[in-house]
Design a protein around this ligand. Structure first.
Ligand code: NDP
Length: 329
């Protein structure tokens, strides 16, 4: 079987040299384990900071060892009474064609609701992130004017649609290309802009002339500064991600933080795992939204484990619309 290892710690944007495609032997199944043939794996922004040798909320990837991450696949062999051959499961050992994993660390997924890979996107971690960021973290209230950055990505494209369904009166999104801006309009945002077209603060002020009550931050840096500038009194900011800063040697913070004082802003960071208790509520609502067509899901699919590094690098560079997925044979 084949797996992808971390060959070098990247400085700045990862390159092909960051990764190594390695032939490996599968270990024997121990009691309680299953063998999964992975059919799709996720590449996610948080994997970039994990390539640095720094302490964070998840331990760094180890050099010369396989990367890991969300994946779905089919159980090929089982030494657990709880999993049968043929079960379709979500697990955490992506970046390899086969995974030997403890059955308790797998979750069976319902493929009658959506294809398995939807559990890496809309029905999975990105979907829950959008949901808890808007609700539990930023406390979206009826009538809020909402701004979402990274709005055409996995989390963002769900957040803009959910914001509307949860009562926002105006939804503004930013993304990195004209095609993504067009897609955002199709998804029902009131205004969208390409952040390359001019200063974010100016474009946001033009898109939301009356200001914003809630900002869902996927990007950090200049976007966060612009959102603070456009925030209304009592505004709430969910700090979800800061992708503009992940490759940076020296991160840039908002220079106008002092204005959060007078405006009484709340800036709250969060990690989706902390909100796992909202998973059942989220799963039920999301299933309803998907079933009645109120939420549309976009995916960009790259084929083959050997192309997973390119998919990851491409995702960091904005080549995905919606969730970036690597489909394995
Ligand atoms: P996306 O699908 O949004 O993919 C990443 C996108 O980031 C790219 O498509 C690109 O789109 C955009 N991007 C890259 N560089 C920049 C830049 N310099 N400025 C602005 N945009 C940039 O990824 P996810 O939806 O999986 O994740 C979105 C964010 O949410 C990330 O910051 C991630 O770390 C965070 N996250 C946080 C979680 C948590 O628990 N707090 C959980 C999951 C995700 P474009 O073309 O628009 O530039």
């Amino acid at each position: 079987t084949r797996e992808v290892h971390l060959a070098q710690r990247p400085t700045g944007r990862p390159t092909a040299e960051t990764f190594a495609l390695v032939e490996a032997d599968l270990p024997e199944l121990a009691e309680g384990q299953v063998l999964v043939r992975t059919t799709a794996m996720s590449v996610d922004p948080y994997m970039r900071p994990r390539m640095n040798d720094v302490k964070s909320y998840v331990p760094p990837f180890q050099l010369g060892a396989p990367l890991d991450g969300g994946a779905v696949g089919e159980v090929m062999a089982s030494r657990s009474p709880d999993r049968s051959v043929g079960d379709v499961v979500l697990h955490g050992l992506g970046w390899r064609e086969h995974a030997v994993v403890d059955a308790v660390r797998t979750t069976r997924v319902d493929t009658s609701l959506a294809p398995a890979q939807a559990y890496l996107g809309a029905l999975g971690m990105p979907g829950l992130t959008a949901y808890v960021g808007l609700t539990a973290v930023a406390e979206l209230a009826e009538g809020d004017r909402v701004f979402v950055s990274g709005a055409a990505g996995a989390v963002g494209s769900l957040a803009v649609q959910m914001a509307r369904l949860l009562g926002a009166s105006q939804v503004v999104g930013s993304a990195g290309s004209a095609a993504k801006v067009t897609r955002l309009r199709e998804l029902g945002v009131d205004a969208a802009f390409d952040y390359h077209d001019g200063p974010v603060a100016e474009q946001l002020a033009a898109a939301a002339p009356e200001g914003i009550d809630l900002y869902f931050d996927n990007v950090g840096g200049e976007h966060l500064e612009a959102a603070i500038a456009s925030a209304r009194q009592g505004g709430r900011i969910a700090l979800c991600g800061a992708i503009s800063q992940y490759d940076a040697a020296e991160a840039r913070g908002p220079r106008n933080m002092f204005s959060a004082i007078g405006k009484g802003l709340t800036l709250r960071g969060f990690i989706v795992g902390t909100y796992a208790h909202l998973q059942p509520e989220f799963a039920q609502r999301m299933a309803g939204w998907l079933a009645d067509g109120s939420i549309q899901t976009d995916e960009t699919v790259v084929h083959g484990l050997e192309n997973a590094p390119d998919a990851f690098i491409g995702m960091l560079g904005g080549q995905n619309t919606g969730k970036m997925i690597v489909a394995l044979g």
